[in-house]
Design a protein around this ligand. Structure first.
Ligand SMILES: Cc1cc2nc3c(=O)[nH]c(=O)nc-3n(C[C@H](O)[C@H](O)[C@H](O)COP(=O)(O)OP(=O)(O)OC[C@H]3O[C@@H](n4cnc5c(N)ncnc54)[C@H](O)[C@@H]3O)c2cc1C
Length: 295
């Protein structure tokens, strides 16, 4: 492991003073749970000269739900605290589910959604659900703040739009439209402690009177260089009364967004099949939650 300096500022101002000295991409790395970063540093996959522990900064611990702006999850909030926050269980099913899937109880107690996002692996389990709910990350730097739509945040495996002096301050998830439901499922070869071979989050909004689908969002993990939205599959459902045939068609269309690779966990064909199956299943879960029967 390359030698590094550890700093744990107690205010955003102090953190900005540290970030202002960033020498280039990856020179300063934020630390929350360390469940990705520490191991990556041990094997020299990430070699920061400064590790910036953000857990003592009050703004990073924010966990709040406001009817107008929605859910605010500070970057240092753990997956455990996120999953057990009542508004998350009530309004954002897929986020609730995915925070309880990351690793194990011990990992969830340390790890954060911001770390999952900052690590920028295509397999990050908390990311698809956040994308389907239109989440943004609020980036902070000595130069100011800027919100970035999460679906536009990732640029490649392990890479994102953060400048060297920028870190995530919080994740903001807008309030979902009335009569919406979201679910996340992943496939792993064993019950826990593995990386998703494929993961799918779906979010459906139905008109209360006509039961037509007014909004559909589907996002995929582990089947492309970054998490991706399956827009062609969403278009199959929007504006329509959802039937079993449409669910099947959406599953087929979701595959168009996938650019999977073959690796030890699965082949390209296997991953494509998983996308179909998980898309169908998450859509059915959403409709079940909304009390909508499908023929
Ligand atoms: C045993 C084990 C099982 C795991 N299982 C899963 C799993 O099932 N699903 C899954 O998705 N992941 C899994 N992981 C990976 C990891 O736990 C998650 O990605 C987790 O969410 C990372 O959060 P963290 O707070 O520990 O991140 P850290 O390790 O602290 O940080 C991860 C990366 O994000 C960056 N970062 C952290 N905070 C910020 C910020 N505020 N702004 C910008 N960048 C930031 C860091 O610099 C680093 O590059 C597992 C890891 C282990 C060790």
């Amino acid at each position: 492991m390359k030698p590094f300096t550890y700093v744990a500022p107690t205010s955003l101002r102090e953190a900005h003073q540290v970030l202002a000295k960033a020498k280039g991409p990856g020179d300063i790395r934020a630390l929350v749970g360390g469940s990705d970063l520490v191991d990556q540093m041990r094997v020299n996959r990430r070699t920061p000269s400064v590790v910036l522990d953000i857990k003592r900064i009050p703004e990073m611990k924010r966990l709040q739900w406001l009817p107008r702006s929605g859910l605010h999850v500070g970057a240092a909030v753990s997956c455990t605290d996120t999953a057990s926050f009542p508004a998350v269980a009530q309004h954002y099913g897929s986020i609730h589910e995915s925070c309880q899937l990351v690793g194990s109880t011990q990992i969830q107690n340390r790890a954060s959604m911001a770390g999952n996002i900052g690590n920028s692996a295509p397999s990050g389990d908390t990311i698809p659900g956040l994308i389907t709910f239109g989440a943004k990350v609020l980036l902070t730097s000595p130069r100011g703040k800027r919100p970035v739509l999460l679906e536009e945040f990732f640029t490649g495996p392990g890479q994102n739009v953060c400048a060297p002096d920028e870190i995530i301050q919080e994740i903001i998830v807008p309030p979902p439209p009335a009569n919406s439901s979201g679910h996340y499922l992943r496939f792993i070869p064993r019950n826990e402690m593995d990386i998703a071979v494929a993961g799918v989050a779906s979010m459906i909004t139905l008109d209360r009177r006509t039961h037509r689908c007014t909004a559909a969002r589907i996002a995929l993990a582990s089947v492309a260089p970054t998490p991706v939205r399956a827009k062609a599959a969403e278009a199959v459902l929007e504006g329509k009364q959802i039937t079993a045939a449409l669910i099947r068609e959406a599953g087929e269309k979701a595959v168009e967004a996938a650019r999977p690779i073959s690796d030890v966990r699965g082949t390209i064909e296997y991953r494509k099949e998983l996308v179909k199956v998980l898309t169908r299943r998450t859509l059915r879960l959403c409709l079940d939650s909304l009390g909508q029967k499908v023929d």
